[in-house]
Design a protein around this ligand. Structure first.
Ligand code: DQA
Length: 145
């Protein structure tokens, strides 16, 4: 069975507590349950990883080589400045989709730019937790052969 890795970056362990008007009331565990349900429907396996530490996310991306067919990543604020995470994706060449729960383009200017998305197949933002399931479906479709 194909495996996909879902990485949540900095501050995403605070879902459910953090700015509920923007990110909703549901926590990270609920998000992971939603994505697991979608994976079951699609007949694939998903694993989850969350870290607030940039280097640990880089390590998780490196370790995904040969193990995962694709990566879904919400880097949190790392999106906007982590050249290290960007370079990790260009090193491993695993298909990836960047997801944001909020519509970053409706928010502060600094959130409008991602330094990581250029190494990804694409980006989904503003669709809440559902964006992760859409990203999984897109990755499964991209990696079906
Ligand atoms: C976020 C958007 C980022 O700008 C922010 O720093 C986050 C969450 C999102 O999911 O909407 O931590 O990635």
């Amino acid at each position: 069975m194909k495996r996909y890795l879902v990485i949540n970056g900095v501050n995403l362990n605070m879902l459910g507590v953090r700015e509920p008007g923007i990110y909703g009331n549901k926590n990270l565990k609920a998000l992971e349950e939603d994505v697991t349900k979608k994976a079951d429907e699609l007949g694939v396996k998903v694993d989850f990883y969350q870290s607030n530490i940039e280097g640990e996310i880089v390590n998780a991306i490196h370790s995904a080589m040969g193990k995962y067919s694709g990566i879904i990543i919400n880097p949190g604020a790392f999106t906007h400045y982590s050249y290290a995470i960007r370079d990790a994706f260009s090193s491993v060449k695993i298909p990836a989709v960047e997801v944001h729960i909020s519509n970053v383009h409706k928010r502060e200017e600094f959130r409008h730019h991602s330094v990581i998305v250029s190494e990804c197949l694409g980006q989904i933002c503003g669709l809440g937790f559902f964006g992760y399931s859409l990203a999984l479906e897109a990755l499964v479709n991209e990696t079906k052969n």
